[in-house]
Ligand binder design. Structure first.
Ligand SMILES: Nc1ncnc2c1ncn2[C@@H]1O[C@H](COP(=O)(O)OP(=O)(O)O)[C@@H](O)[C@H]1O
Ligand SMILES: [Mg+2]
Length: 246
């Protein structure tokens, strides 16, 4: 089986500091993967590299069955190729309803020049209902996005990304600032999304990672320190040492 995303021996230097240092990892489709590691391990930079925001000095990043190099593609091209990214701060349109936000995300996917037939409108309405169900905001569809709780805004943004139907969804610390109940719902959303696509989640909260119940990659000093089940990696002495700061 070829991986959907393959990062091989990638290094990135910022002002002489090697933030990513020989990073290699592969993501399958579908797959749910958690990426953990201490602050400064290079987790966010890894996502910056995959999305084209940061260009590595060396290494390969290839995508899809054609093993296309992402390194020669612009950020917009990478997004169009099927890589969606959720940032920590939600960027929903506060003055629009949840329904309008989802509709705008669907439109963005179709492109502004597509013909708006009644068929497209009906299909959008069906898809909006489906997405609202998936993110648990069915009873909030007519509410202003600005009136949602922090957690609900995060779910809406995940819904807007899912509206674009990415093959790979990258999510950086989704549970930050959420209540325990919101965290639990977020794991459900991500697990469901990962049934049909690849989802990579950076997360600090170990309870959250345990609930994701997926393969875990531990990053440290810009490379993979350990990989496997959460139980496997948390038994690894090197991982224990890194987390205890030894
Ligand atoms: N644009 C940048 N310029 C300089 N240093 C950076 C930049 N981005 C990240 N770094 C550094 O690279 C290291 C890895 O950062 P980051 O990927 O944000 O870590 P993590 O997300 O695992 O906490 C850190 O030491 C950080 O200070
Ligand atoms: Mg980070």
């Amino acid at each position: 089986m070829t991986a959907l995303l393959e990062v091989s021996d990638v290094s990135v230097t910022f002002d002489g500091f090697r933030a990513i240092n020989g990073l290699s990892l592969a993501i399958n489709e579908p797959e749910l993967r958690a990426v953990i590691g201490p602050n400064g391990a290079g987790k966010t930079t890894f996502m910056d590299i995959v999305t084209g925001k940061t260009r590595p000095d060396t290494g390969r990043v290839v995508w899809g069955e054609t093993a296309t190099s992402l390194l020669s593609m612009s950020e917009a091209q990478i997004a169009r190729a099927g890589i969606g990214r959720k940032f920590q701060k939600p960027t929903v349109f506060e003055d629009q309803t949840v329904r309008e936000n989802l509709r705008l995300a669907l439109k963005a996917r179709r492109g502004v020049f597509s013909v708006l037939s009644w068929r497209a409108t009906a299909e959008d309405a069906r898809r909006i209902d489906e997405l609202a169900q998936e993110i648990g905001l069915t009873d909030r569809l007519s509410h202003r996005a600005g009136d949602l709780s922090h957690g609900q805004k995060q779910w809406l943004e995940i819904g807007m990304l899912l509206a674009q139907d990415p093959r790979l969804l990258l999510v950086d610390e989704p549970a930050a600032g959420m209540t325990p109940a919101e965290r639990e719902h977020t794991t459900d959303i991500l697990k469901t999304a990962a049934r049909t696509r690849a989802v990579v989640v950076i997360e600090h909260d170990m309870e959250f990672v345990r609930r994701l119940d997926c393969r875990v990659t531990v990053l440290h000093e810009g490379r993979v320190l350990a990989e496997g089940s959460l139980d496997h990696v948390t038994r690894d002495q090197r991982v224990i040492d890194v987390y205890l700061g030894r």
